[in-house]
Design a protein around this ligand. Structure first.
Ligand code: HEC
Length: 145
């Protein structure tokens, strides 16, 4: 994936638009975290549906989804950096701030997984999806309620 850095920046700008409302969450940073996770999940779903044939394989769309995942994952640590941003509805565990370096490494692992997807073939998307799914799970199992 050449030119990924530029593409990531463009995607970040595009996605920085309206922050989605999430239930009764009041804290704006927590809202932003939820919106970022939702964007990550929505784009992972696009790859997932292509992988199982529910969506036709489309290399450009797969590339777009992978870039969006990488962009959101790259911004994740900054959104979690300040532990004073919290909300009763948040599922973020205090362990995040006990080992923020590891939390950051787990975000970086998702960036790497998303950047590593070979979006030129369906098999590449399938393999990449496995890597991406593993990165979600590695972080959630430790840092999400
Ligand atoms: C570096 C850690 C990390 C990674 C990697 C990560 N997540 Fe999350 N995710 C979290 C944390 C922490 C929360 C809880 C945030 C909160 O409730 O404040 C969360 C919450 C979520 C939510 C719920 C959002 C909401 O509105 O309540 C979804 C959906 C989600 N993640 C999907 C994913 C998917 C899909 C991936 C992988 C493609 C992924 N996440 C990767 C840390 C991570």
């Amino acid at each position: 994936m050449k030119h990924l850095k530029t593409a990531v920046l463009l995607a970040a700008v595009a996605l920085a638009g309206p922050v989605l409302a999430h239930g009764d969450v009041k804290n704006p940073v927590v809202k932003m975290r939820h919106a970022a996770m939702k964007a990550i999940a929505d784009n992972t779903k696009v790859l997932g549906e292509m992988a199982k044939g529910a969506l036709p394989f489309d290399a450009a769309k797969a590339q777009e989804a992978a870039v969006a995942i990488a962009a959101q994952a790259a911004m994740t640590p900054a959104m979690f950096e300040d532990p004073s941003n919290t909300d009763p509805k948040s599922e973020a565990l205090p362990a995040i701030w006990e080992d923020f370096a590891d939390f950051t490494a787990k975000s970086d692992a998702l960036v790497a997984a998303a950047e590593g997807v070979d979006t030129s073939t369906l098999d590449g998307v399938r393999a990449g999806l496995g890597q991406i799914g593993g990165a979600c799970k590695a972080c959630h199992s430790k840092y999400r309620e």
